[in-house]
Design a protein around this ligand. Structure first.
Ligand code: NAD
Ligand code: DAU
Length: 342
């Protein structure tokens, strides 16, 4: 299968590209990524000589970049990871880039996929589109979309456009909605890598509000495995929730990280809450488990320990991406070039 993966230089996308190339020896991937602050070719350094992986620097919200890549390759499927992904940025820096990439970018990809007869379009979405839960219950695929922050609103908008492309134009679409991921190569702005980085530097760990907001955590490779099975075996037009059923308050995660690093809880600092902060997420992924046989394979404690170890061992990586230094360094370090589609 020949795949167009967008956003494959980011956290989840780079883990997905690596996993697909390892598990499907017949597959080829073209990886279209703009390399924003969150996209980093160091995440793919081990693949730079892999003939089944082609990197193209380009913008999903540019019709020129999108049509170039679709003219140059005949894809069997598109897996759309490309997004502005950080809730705090959408709140504090404004939603403009989120609207451009997450909504316009998705529509341009849908149009190109339809025009070129691509067999399947998988949209990588999020549990945030469902809004917030009360003290009981879980999100199912039937839960109405009630996004509460600008990031979530753009992801919900994209989901609606993907659904409409299937309904109106008969494009074969699948949407996956996953809970909070963690693992190697996550940009150190998100809770787990940020807390690890701050604890290692003996800095204050900023916990929003009372720290009792609940997120449902999944190891990134389990998410990637769920996307892969939905891509290959999911039914056209369906939505699949992906979650590992590990829903706990943020404070518990932060305390666990401190314990793993042998740092004191006095480093925790309660700070002003995120505006409109969703109180609780919990995913029901029974549909994916029942119909496609997917199961999370990485117990939370083992995966968190492995992730903390990875950040300890790869301090140079996160210090460099955090400072933006990799932008200057990646060509000389890894011999990468920004390759435009012909
Ligand atoms: P990320 O921010 O780490 O990576 C995003 C990637 O998209 C980067 O490589 C970036 O360069 C690229 N990109 C951004 N704008 C682009 C554009 N205009 N054109 C081309 N590439 C562009 O994000 P992530 O955490 O890996 O998330 C990937 C996807 O998964 C997103 O769609 C996100 O909504 C979804 N998701 C994330 C989580 C999570 O917990 N991180 C959970 C569920 C769903
Ligand atoms: O639920 C899936 C979503 O998970 C994805 O769609 C998003 O792309 C991804 O960024 C993530 O969104 P969150 O807002 O849940 O992730 P974040 O890591 O930013 O925050 C997790 C929780 O931790 C949230 O309740 C806010 C809190 N938090 C976060 C940061 C960065 C803090 O208390 N302190 C912090 O410094």
């Amino acid at each position: 299968m020949k795949l167009l993966v967008t956003g494959g230089a980011g956290f989840i996308g780079s883990n997905f590209v690596r996993q697909v190339l390892a598990q499907h020896p017949g597959d080829e991937i073209v990886n279209l990524d703009k390399l924003t602050y969150a996209g980093n070719l160091e995440n793919l350094a081990d693949l730079k000589d892999n003939p089944r992986h082609t990197f193209v620097r380009g913008d999903v919200a540019s019709s020129r970049d999108v049509s170039r890549v679709f003219r140059a390759h005949a894809f069997d499927a598109v897996v759309n990871f490309a997004a502005e992904s950080h809730v705090d940025r959408s709140l504090h820096m404004g939603p403009r880039e989120f609207i451009r990439t997450n909504i316009l970018g998705t529509q341009l990809l849908l149009d190109a996929a339809r025009k070129r007869g691509v067999r399947r379009f998988l949209q990588v979405s999020t549990d945030e589109v469902y809004g917030s839960l009360g003290p009981e219950g879980q999100f199912t695929e039937q839960t109405p979309l009630q996004p509460n922050n600008p990031y979530a609103a753009t992801k919900a908008g994209a989901d609606c456009l993907v659904r409409a492309a299937g309904h109106s134009h008969g494009l074969d679409i699948v949407i996956t909605r996953c809970s909070n991921n963690f693992g190697p190569f996550q940009f150190p702005e998100k809770l787990i890598p940020l807390m690890i980085a701050k604890a290692l530097a003996n800095e204050r760990l900023p916990v929003y509000g009372d720290g009792l907001h609940v997120r449902d955590w999944i190891y990134v490779l389990d998410h990637c495995a769920g996307i892969d099975v939905a891509l290959r075996q999911g039914a056209a037009g369906e939505v699949y929730n992906i979650g590992a059923g590990y829903d706990v308050p943020n404070l518990q995660i932060v305390k666990r990280i401190l314990a793993l690093l042998d740092k004191p809880e006095s480093l925790i600092e309660y700070v002003k809450d995120r505006p409109g902060h969703d109180r609780r997420y919990a995913m029901d992924s029974a549909k994916l488990q029942r119909t496609l046989g997917w199961r999370p394979a990485h117990p939370f404690d083992d995966a968190l320990r492995a992730t903390v170890d990875w950040y300890v061992q790869n301090r140079a990586w996160w210090e460099r991406v955090r400072s933006g230094e990799y932008r200057k360094a990646y060509d000389t370090l890894y011999g990468w070039r920004d390759r435009k589609a012909p």
